[in-house]
Design a binder for this molecule. Structure first.
Ligand code: KE4
Length: 432
């Protein structure tokens, strides 16, 4: 689908002054072809681009907007905060209120520190785990994305528990040598890693529901197994809930699956569209963070009062309304409809929803790890994606991203989406 005239012109201008014309690579539509559209405004579950085209939005700013765009109470809280100023570089009441709200709602979090992105949250959590344990190695899982911190940009080498190799230039090999990358849902691989490296292991970090490879849910007991394995070898367990936090349940994945990590990284929903990240957990671990402790971490705009007010308003609504069962039901209906439409067009498909996030793969399934996910037909996905966009439905522009729904998505929006998906799959199947 070609974007409208204004988007096309803006994209040409943007590429002159910004690498790839975007401020985050996935927005360039590289995985699906065509050019990105530029957004003028958004309301509820819909985006409107600069050429006046409307889209039902299942990206929701990559997760944060669980109440949809422009929620009146969130916007009111932001306006009221702006009346008082933008940022003061001192503590403010609202950052205490949001910290208390997170401590009250996320089971394992006793103390929390705000930062400005999910990347800062996970980077800080890893530094803290290394300081607390006095160890350097970390384990992550294939397909899990924890932001662009050097330690995480290590892709798996061959074999099971392998020494990481840089997955991008600029990351020194000695850094990624400290990151072991394992297949998700693979207990034997975890066992092997703990057996070989357990006494040097600072932490296992995991997306408890993988949302950066499409959507891959943990096998029954896998998260509890990680909990037991880390306790066995003295490493910390870190849940990267930047995406799952307040999205798969009010208390996040740790509440849904009943597993308490030592540290949790948060972001997205807690900022309601403003740049906010956070990390938190056990008091005895968090108290090692400066200035209470000796582990340094800082940030000019951390705890920004306007962002805090937005996040607090959003969490207060989620706590009051607890919309998770209706969100999961709607997301489930959407996934079922897409899978059925694919099969009607002889396209293999599998998918699922967990809370208000969902994933669909055009493969037979089940998809239990990243290798399974890599089996998708990317050309087919690209054709399907562009047809959906033409039909006014905006999914994440990659087969390896989760989708999101909000309380602003009604049944009529889901129905309209499924009609577009049906046409898109029929045309994609026929290579039209
Ligand atoms: P940020 O630094 O982008 O705020 O957060 C990094 C991050 C950490 N952990 C998880 C589980 C995440 O999903 C993310 C960021 N998610 C991507 C979407 N897959 C953000 C989109 C983008 O990179 O533009």
């Amino acid at each position: 689908m070609n974007p409208g005239k204004r988007s096309h012109g803006l994209y040409r201008q943007a590429r002159e002054v910004t690498p790839g014309g975007v401020n985050s690579p996935v927005r360039a539509f590289g995985a699906v072809g065509g050019e990105p559209f530029f957004t003028e405004r958004a309301d509820g579950c819909r985006l409107r681009d600069v050429d006046g085209r409307e889209y039902i939005d299942y990206v929701l700013s990559w997760g944060p907007l669980i109440l949809g765009h422009g929620n009146p109470q969130v916007m009111e809280a932001v306006a009221a905060a702006l009346e008082r100023g933008t940022h003061f570089g001192t503590p403010t009441p609202v950052e205490v209120e949001l910290a208390e709200k997170i401590v009250a709602l996320v089971p394992s979090v006793e103390m929390v520190r705000f930062v400005n992105s999910g990347t800062e949250a996970t980077m800080s959590a890893i530094r803290l785990a290394r300081a607390y344990t006095g160890r350097d190695l970390i384990v992550k899982f294939e397909g899990c994305y924890h932001g662009h911190g050097d330690s995480f940009l290590a892709s798996a080498g061959s074999g099971i528990a392998t020494l990481g190799i840089p997955s991008t230039p600029g990351v020194p090999e000695p850094v990624t040598r400290l990151t072991l990358t394992l297949p998700f849902n693979d207990r034997d691989a975890v066992d092997e890693a703990v057996k070989r490296h357990g006494d040097a292991l600072a932490a296992i970090i995991v997306e408890p529901v993988v949302g950066n490879a499409g959507l891959i849910a943990p096998d029954d007991g896998f998260l509890a197994y990680l909990r037991e394995a880390t306790e066995r070898c003295g490493a910390l367990l870190i849940f990267d809930e930047v995406m799952t936090g307040f999205r798969v349940a009010l208390g996040g994945a740790q509440a849904r699956y009943g597993v308490a990590p030592d540290l949790t990284a948060l972001g997205k929903v807690i900022g309601a569209g403003f740049p906010v990240g956070a990390y938190g957990g056990r008091r005895d671990v968090m108290s090692r963070i400066a200035p209470e402790g000796d582990v340094y971490q800082a940030g000019t705009l951390s705890g920004n009062p306007v962002a805090m007010a937005a996040g607090l308003a959003q969490l207060e609504i989620l706590e009051r309304d607890d919309p998770y069962s209706i969100l999961e039901e709607r997301a489930g209906r959407l996934v079922e409809g897409i899978v059925e439409a694919a099969r009607r067009n002889d396209i293999p498909a599998t998918g699922r929803a967990v809370g208000s996030m969902f994933g669909v793969y055009f493969v037979e399934g089940p998809v239990r790890d990243f290798q399974d996910a890599l089996g998708v037909d990317r050309d087919l996905f690209g054709r399907y994606y562009r047809e959906c966009l033409e039909g006014g439905v905006f999914f994440a522009p990659s087969p390896f991203e989760a989708g999101f729904i909000s309380t602003a998505h009604g049944d009529a929006d889901i129905d309209a989406t499924l009609e577009t998906v049906d046409r898109a799959l029929a045309r994609a199947a026929r290579h039209e």
